[in-house]
Design a protein around this ligand. Structure first.
Ligand code: NAD
Length: 296
């Protein structure tokens, strides 16, 4: 039985930790939220009172936190994970964070002789609970190989994206593309409707023609054609517009530091920022349809 410390048991981490428990691991959970800890306890985790209590003697340490500042906060410094982890422990950060922070923290772990990977995920809360996440992993090949069996317990597709930080690169580029094609899909459906072509007929044609894309066929932002899509449930999230905006801001930050031009990514960020400014960023990210068709 492997002892796993799990830090950050929110919407995503709660389900992921529960799957590690189901696989027979001894999971020690720490979160700042009492509510998150209560849920972790009912899922079979041993609840502890601090990061240090969670990581003491742990073979594997997994973190699933909101942003780069939280990840740096728990890993770095005298009281941090890197300074206090058991020699030989493997560190896995599955949070979606900026690439620079990911590389800084993995570099610090490396300096201390600890193997660490960045392993952000694609797939939402339902995939975290079902153990069907996609993991995009950055780090050395040996570290990836060690992490793989544990990631397979929490996910379905596990990819080695290359060196430290490359998991975050894959995540941010994928989600920038998702934001862009979601908005493009909304524009096409809104225009079709205004020109007298109903959503279902346009879907039937475009989904088998060259406009076909994931936002259309798996997550159609116009109500009707894809029954399970949030558009048929008042755009209840799903993957909230606020989360998409977070990822687009990470993409902008990364593009600035790499001097890369992302004109459409920047436009997508500006449009999702309008959803935030309207106080509607708790809607699913496909709810940007309402901004595009003028009904927000
Ligand atoms: P969440 O806010 O529900 O959970 C984060 C948890 O971290 C909270 O319970 C919070 O109390 C805890 N936390 C914060 N600082 C802490 C600290 N110092 N020590 C211990 N616990 C601390 O967020 P989430 O939806 O679970 O997302 C987690 C990460 O996964 C984010 O980086 C997010 O971008 C990414 N992600 C989320 C989704 C999604 O659909 N929710 C999908 C893919 C990726």
């Amino acid at each position: 039985m492997t002892t796993i410390a799990f830090i950050g048991l929110g919407n995503m981490g709660g389900g992921m930790a529960a799957n590690l428990v189901k696989a027979g691991h001894n999971v020690r959970a720490f979160d700042l939220s009492q509510d998150a800890l209560a849920k972790a306890k009912s899922a079979g985790c041993a609840v502890v009172v601090s990061v240090l209590a969670a990581i003491e003697g742990a073979d594997i340490i997994v973190t699933m936190l909101p942003a780069g500042q939280h990840v740096k906060g728990v890993y770095l410094g005298q009281d941090g994970i890197i300074e206090n982890a058991k020699p030989g422990a493997l560190l896995i950060d599955s949070s979606t964070i900026d690439i620079e922070s990911a590389r800084t923290v993995i570099g610090a772990a490396d300096d201390k002789g600890l193997a660490m990977v960045d392993a952000p995920v694609s797939g939402g809360v339902a995939a975290a609970a079902a153990g069907t996440l996609t993991f995009m992993v950055g780090g050395s090949k040996p570290a990836f190989k060690r992490a793989q069996p544990f990631l397979s317990t929490m996910g379905k597709n596990i990819f080695h994206a290359g060196a430290a930080g490359n998991g975050q690169v894959a995540k941010v580029c994928n989600n920038m593309l998702l934001g862009i094609h979601m908005i493009g899909t909304c524009e096409a459906f809104a225009l079709a409707e205004k020109l007298g072509l109903d959503a279902q007929t346009f879907y039937d044609i475009s989904s088998t023609a060259s406009g076909q894309n994931w936002s259309m066929t798996s997550y159609c932002p116009a109500p009707g054609p894809v029954p399970a899509a949030p558009s048929n449930n008042d755009y209840k999230a799903g993957f909230a517009a606020a989360m998409m905006l977070k990822d687009l801001r990470l993409a902008s930050q990364a593009a600035n530091s790499a001097k890369a031009a992302i004109p459409l990514g920047a436009q997508a960020e500006a449009l999702y920022a309008l959803m935030e400014a309207s106080g509607k960023d708790d809607l699913d990210f496909s709810g940007i349809m309402k901004l595009i068709d003028g009904s927000l």
